[in-house]
Design a protein around this ligand. Structure first.
Ligand SMILES: Nc1nc2c(ncn2[C@@H]2O[C@H](COP(=O)(O)OP(=O)(O)OP(=O)(O)O)[C@@H](O)[C@H]2O)c(=O)[nH]1
Ligand SMILES: [Mg+2]
Length: 208
């Protein structure tokens, strides 16, 4: 698949008009959204990544094209929940993400959660829990447990078990283990991107 940068929006009114299927990346700052997006695209420098939380401040749009011409847009959203974020940052995040969520063309929400966080607590904290609740009511969600390369096999299984338990009330949520470092789960998520790209085509096909 081929991916390229399209545009960015810092404010709600800068969001591009909805066009074609989108897959959106949500999650705390530093959880690995931009890195996952790059791993999916197979291009390290596509979305900017950083050790410092709060790297991505805008909604960044990337067009993905599969062989055969199926297209989907990946949307890298700014992270939330980092310590340095003040009230103004939180407000602008809420405004941008709130407006983004109203788009009718979102096919899949990928919600990222640091796998070590899933290992520590059974159940999601309010910040992650409220968001996943909101996303699950709107459509399909993939809860991606990131940086799984940092966990032992045993801990990875425990994290998966905890996370699965914490979303068992949501029929639209699936859980997956992911690592951009060792490629865990990347092929499967590419498959989901392709499915999102194709879902659009089917809809636009005339009825027989
Ligand atoms: N070991 C390991 N590190 C990862 C993985 N994914 C991301 N990281 C690291 O985590 C840090 C944050 O990654 P980003 O992709 O910038 O995180 P983000 O969610 O986009 O953060 P914001 O833009 O601040 O919202 C970087 O130092 C990455 O190298 C992974 O799968 N394994
Ligand atoms: Mg980022």
């Amino acid at each position: 698949m081929d991916a390229q940068y399209v545009t960015s929006a810092a404010l709600a009114d800068q969001l591009p008009a909805p066009k074609g299927p989108e897959v959106a990346f949500f999650g705390r700052s530093n959880v690995g959204k931009s890195t996952l997006l790059n791993a999916l695209a197979g291009r390290k420098g596509l979305a900017r990544t950083s050790n410092a939380p709060g790297r991505t401040r805008m909604a960044n749009f990337f067009a993905v094209r599969f062989p055969g011409g199926h297209e989907v847009t990946m949307v890298d959203l700014p992270g939330y929940g980092f310590a340095q974020a003040g009230a103004a940052t939180r407000k602008s995040w809420e405004h941008l993400v709130g407006a983004y969520l109203d788009r009718p063309n979102i096919k899949l929400f990928i919600m990222l959660l640091d796998s070590r966080r899933a290992l520590d607590d059974v159940g999601l904290d309010p910040l992650d829990g409220d968001l996943i609740n909101d996303l699950a009511r709107r459509g399909s969600v993939l809860l991606a447990l990131t940086k799984i390369d940092k966990l032992s096999k045993r801990d990875a299984n425990q994290a998966l078990k905890n996370a699965t338990e914490s979303v068992k009330g949501f029929p639209t949520v699936e859980v997956a283990l992911v690592s951009a470092e060792n490629q865990t789960g990347i092929r499967e998520i590419r498959g989901m991107l392709l499915a999102a790209a194709r879902s659009n085509l089917k809809k636009e096909m005339p009825e027989e």
